[in-house]
Design a protein around this ligand. Structure first.
Ligand SMILES: *Cc1c(COP(=O)(O)O)cnc(C)c1O
Length: 235
C-alpha cells in the first residue's frame, strides 16, 4: 500500500487518522473492551482515506451505498481488507457487490436472505433488528428475528450475529436498546453484535458490542450527510 498524500477534500494527513484510531482503541480499552472490532465506515470518503486508515492498522471497512462501493473497492487492493456492507440494501444490488462483501450487516427480510443465498452461497450475515423503532433505518421487527434466523440458516447462510442502529442524539438514550440487542443475541446463541457509531460506540461497547461502525470519528465529517439519512434505503 503506497502512502498517498491526502487529496483535496480527503480526510487529512495520515497521522491524523492514525491518532483518531489510536484514541478510539484507547477509549475502548479503558472501558474494558480492547477486543471490540473497529469497522471504519468509509462511505463518501475516497480510496486514499481508506488506504491511510489501513496503513494506520485498520483492517475492517464499512460501506453503505452499493454504487459507491462498486466504484471504490474493485480499484483497490481490496483482498487485504475485510469489507462490511452496512447500508440499506436493495435486492437488485446484491449480485454486483457480492464478490466483494465479507460480512452483510443489514439483512432484514426474507427476500434479501433469498437473494444473498442465491448470489453468495454460504455468506456470513448479520440480521438487522429495528430495536429503536426507527423504520426508515431498516431492520426487521424484534418479533420477526427468530423466523428470519431460521430462514437464513435454512438457506445455508452463516448468521454471525445481530446489528442495530440507534438514533442520533444522546448516547445514553441508546443504552437500553443496545442492552436489548445484546440479550437477543445471547438468547439466539449468536456471537456478533454490531452496534455503536461515532456518537455512541462507548455505550455500545459497554453493553456488549463486538463490532462498532465508526465513520466521522475516524474520517471526519461527511458533508451534507445528515440530510441523506445514513443507513436509509436511499442509494
Ligand atoms: C454511516 C453509518 C455509520 C457511521 O456513522 P458515524 O456516525 O459517522 O460513525 C454506521 N453505521 C451505519 C449503518 C451507517 O450508515
Amino acid at each position: 500500500m503506497t502512502a498517498t498524500p491526502p487529496a483535496a477534500g480527503a480526510a487529512g494527513a495520515p497521522n491524523v487518522l492514525a491518532d483518531r484510531i489510536a484514541s478510539i482503541r484507547g477509549e475502548l480499552t479503558a472501558v474494558g473492551r480492547p477486543d471490540v472490532r473497529i469497522i471504519g465506515v468509509s462511505k463518501t470518503f475516497p480510496v486514499s482515506a481508506i488506504e491511510q486508515a489501513h496503513a494506520a492498522g485498520l483492517a475492517d471497512f464499512g460501506e453503505s451505498y452499493a454504487q459507491e462501493f462498486l466504484a471504490k473497492v474493485p480499484e483497490m487492493d481490496h483482498t487485504a481488507l475485510r469489507w462490511h456492507f452496512i447500508g440499506g440494501l436493495q435486492r437488485n444490488k446484491v449480485r454486483k457487490i457480492a464478490p466483494y462483501v465479507d460480512l452483510w450487516h443489514s439483512v432484514d427480510r426474507s427476500s434479501l436472505v433469498g437473494e444473498i443465498a442465491n448470489r453468495a452461497p454460504g455468506a456470513h450475515v448479520l440480521l438487522q433488528v429495528d430495536i429503536f423503532g426507527e423504520e426508515q433505518k431498516g431492520g426487521c421487527a424484534p418479533r420477526d428475528v427468530e423466523g428470519l434466523l431460521g430462514e437464513a440458516i435454512e438457506r445455508g447462510l452463516v448468521v454471525d450475529g445481530l446489528m442495530a442502529m440507534a438514533p442520533y442524539g444522546d448516547p445514553e438514550a441508546a443504552r437500553p436498546g443496545f442492552r436489548t440487542l445484546n440479550t437477543m443475541a445471547d438468547e439466539l446463541h449468536l456471537v456478533e453484535r454490531s452496534m455503536g457509531m461515532s456518537g455512541d460506540y462507548l455505550v455500545a461497547a459497554s453493553e456488549g458490542a463486538t463490532m462498532v461502525r465508526i465513520g466521522s470519528a475516524i474520517f471526519g465529517d461527511r458533508a451534507g450527510d445528515r440530510a441523506k439519512a445514513p443507513g436509509s434505503h436511499l442509494e
